[in-house]
Design a protein around this ligand. Sequence first.
Ligand code: SAH
Length: 260
Amino acid sequence: MTTYAPRTGKVYLIGAGPGDPELLTLKAVRALGRCDVLLVDDLADTAVLEHARSDARIVRVGKRGGCRSTPQAFIERLMLRYARAGLTVGRVKGGDPFVFGRGGEEMQTLRRAGIECEVVSGLSAGIAVPATLGVPVTHRDMACGVTFVTGHAREDGQPGREPDWSALARCGTTLVIYMGMRKLASIAEALHAGGLAADTPACAIQNGTRDSQRAVISTLRDLPQVVADAKLGSPAIVVIGEVVNLAEVAEQAEALSMRA
Ligand code: SAH
């Protein structure tokens, strides 16, 4: 007699890009169309769900800092439960799943559980959002590289603590800060204390690539005040470095540009 193990499903970790649904990859579109169930982060634009099957179950699992949230452990349990039921699961995340997206943790959980997992890379906000202003994060005349860093340190005591801002101040790369808005003033202060010139060009871009995008352009010293005056909030990308000199803000009704 032959016994068959029950078929387990597969999980796609899908990067939905920074917002503009046209920045979705073809691979993401195909993966979205294959899934029985989609677990969707709130940074992923609703428009990407147009590519879901009409009978797909859509589960919103947003957990933005400070908002009502679905705990990570619960999301992972859901993912495992659906996959073990033999379903094809799509975990849809803003930007790229492996850039500050906890995609790495989810992949490890799936691997441990012996569930097949495929990563569908997405365009990360740290590259695509500055590009909307014409900011090339690694223009070779102005930067020898780019550093992606989080302004929101882990609060659970695990590795991944506060970045070493004074080392970053001296590293000579463009700094692209994710989740940096709440602590912007102290980050700017720490970078300046570490030796980064107060007049280093800096910008912040909220809701990048969406119709609601707003941006301010300033300097390291003035950016926190300019951001506060403009009432800019999350989600936003902060870029610090000479490349910001190339920033141009298009004339659009909601766009806001300030050069301080
Ligand atoms: N995985 C995502 C990042 C998730 S962390 C990626 O690769 O882009 C969440 C942070 O990403 C936000 O706090 C913000 O700093 C940034 N972010 C994501 N989408 C954004 C957008 N459309 N505009 C500006 N910042 C964005």
